[in-house]
Design a binder for this molecule. Structure first.
Ligand code: GLN
Length: 470
């Protein structure tokens, strides 16, 4: 089943939109993975009935007609609460729709649920949510990955064909890899950020989960649009059309996984990466080892840039304009401090503190400025590499999904797994995580230059077709 077959089935009268929505609602109300924060039962059924009427009356139907969809809870939809996985916004209901939501509604999709997520999108495991961790549908003892934990679980469990997440430093590709589905992070600017709660705005991008790349393409063509409300958005509609991609003779950059610098990569992930490379070779690709010398700085630079932007973006949640307000206080200062201490969890507080140091005026923002310089070098290096390559292929995560009860002492250690993901955000490029085999396993990431998304998806589709044939 994919979006195309679903819509054809509606048109042939195999079932009604209301029936599909009711089945979806039954499934998600019995969800045992903690994937959802809010469900719009009434609204979804009402909309389903309206759409059934539309079809009955032979009106023209949208590209996502009757498609149930789950959306990460940091994207504004004015019919539902938006918590960002935080106590700070536990009861917050937005008053307008994000552009990406408007785009979905215009094409007749139905937003059924808002999904669980790491608090304000900060995390790699899906464990920092105020509403508790999400369980991995492939193995309930393991994490889904984060921060778009619920959106990954929603698709991997089969509740939804597609879902929306956001990816600032791997938050869609990471959980896609842990849940063994497809996760696509578009080029920065392709998806409007208007109405999406900023975590680190120079890195954030609305991103998608699906099992079938055709669905990724279909959904992307609706979600992506120029948007005058987001000054970093593209100026013209992007063409996501399908084209045959032939690997024969294409120069594909790969990582020499047996080299000592990659000794932190899990052995199974290495094996699965090699399996993927053998498929590419079989398809005729010309695999070239790349030497990526700034990669070793990527996690630290991500941490500096991300935390600095986080500390600034989070300042609006002060208990006065937005969010949780403390019950008692003696002064305005105390109200701010208490509201923020009570409303934010530990990980968010840690990043605000770190960002405040990086941006410190007393130190002339030295760390932040240094971070920006090295970010530019990472971007330049990736651009130089890709100017000579068709695609770059890396493992997505460097480990398999950890167990839910596996806690770490050093919070920074959690960032290690994101190394290959964050470079894509730092450079504003596009990346897609693709499964290599069934079950818990290592996934691969294809990386392409800015606005080479069409090629990225077509190449991904060719690769997956080959994986599924074997
Ligand atoms: N794991 C990264 C972090 O914790 C990714 C966050 C994201 O992409 N939203 O910051």
């Amino acid at each position: 089943m994919n979006i195309e077959t679903l819509i054809n089935d509606y048109k042939e009268g195999k079932y009604s939109v209301e029936e599909v929505i009711r089945t979806t609602l039954d499934k998600i109300k019995n969800d045992d993975l903690n994937a959802y924060i809010s469900i719009d039962e009434e609204g979804a059924i009402k909309r389903a009935r309206e759409l059934d009427e539309k079809l009955k009356n032979n009106e023209e139907v949208g590209k996502l007609f009757g498609l149930p969809i789950a959306v990460k809870d940091n994207i504004s939809y004015d019919q539902m609460k938006m918590t960002c996985g935080s106590k700070m916004l536990e009861d917050f209901k937005p008053v307008y729709n994000a552009t990406v939501i408007e785009n979905l509604l215009k094409e007749d999709a139905i937003i059924v649920a808002k999904t669980n997520m790491d608090e304000f999108a900060m995390g790699s495991r899906g464990k920092t949510s105020y509403f508790g961790p999400t369980k991995n549908p492939l193995d309930k003892e393991r994490v889904t990955g984060g921060s778009s934990s619920g959106s990954a679980a929603a698709v991997a469990s089969g509740d939804f064909l597609v879902s929306l997440g956001t990816d600032t430093g791997g938050s869609v590709r990471g959980p896609a890899a842990f849940c063994n589905i497809v996760g696509y992070k578009p080029t920065y600017g392709l998806m409007s950020r208007y109405g999406v709660v900023s975590m680190a705005n120079s890195l954030d991008q609305v991103s998608l989960f699906a099992k079938d790349i055709k669905d990724v393409r279909e959904l992307s063509s609706v979600v992506s649009s120029p948007d005058e409300k987001d000054m970093t958005s593209i100026l013209e509609l992007y063409d996501f059309s399908s084209e045959d991609y032939d690997f024969a003779g294409k120069k594909i950059g790969i990582i020499d996984i047996d080299s000592a610098i990659y000794d932190t990569i899990d052995e199974t992930v290495k094996e699965d990466y090699k399996k993927a490379l053998s498929v590419l070779k079989y398809l005729g690709a010309d695999l070239v080892d790349v030497d990526f010398k700034y990669l070793k700085y990527a996690n630290n630079i991500y941490n500096v840039v991300m935390s600095s932007e986080v500390s600034s973006n989070m300042s609006r949640f002060d208990g006065l304009r937005f969010g949780h307000q403390a019950d008692s206080y003696e002064s305005v200062e105390e109200m701010f401090t208490r509201s923020r201490s009570e409303g934010f969890g530990e990980e968010v507080q840690r990043r605000i503190a770190l960002g405040t140091v990086y941006l410190s005026a007393n130190d002339d923002q030295r760390i932040y400025k240094q971070g920006l310089k090295i970010r530019a070098l990472i971007k330049k290096e990736l651009e130089d590499l890709l100017s000579d390559l068709d695609l770059l292929v890396t493992p997505t995560n460097i480990s398999l999904p950890p167990r839910l009860d596996d806690d770490y002492d050093d919070p920074l250690s959690d960032f290690i797994s994101d190394g290959f993901n964050v470079i894509v955000n730092l450079a504003g490029m596009c990346g897609i995580s693709l499964p290599v085999r069934e079950g818990i396993s290592g996934s691969v990431q294809f990386i392409a230059n800015r606005f080479d998304d069409k090629k990225l998806l077509n190449a991904g589709e060719r690769f997956l077709r080959s994986i599924n044939e074997n």
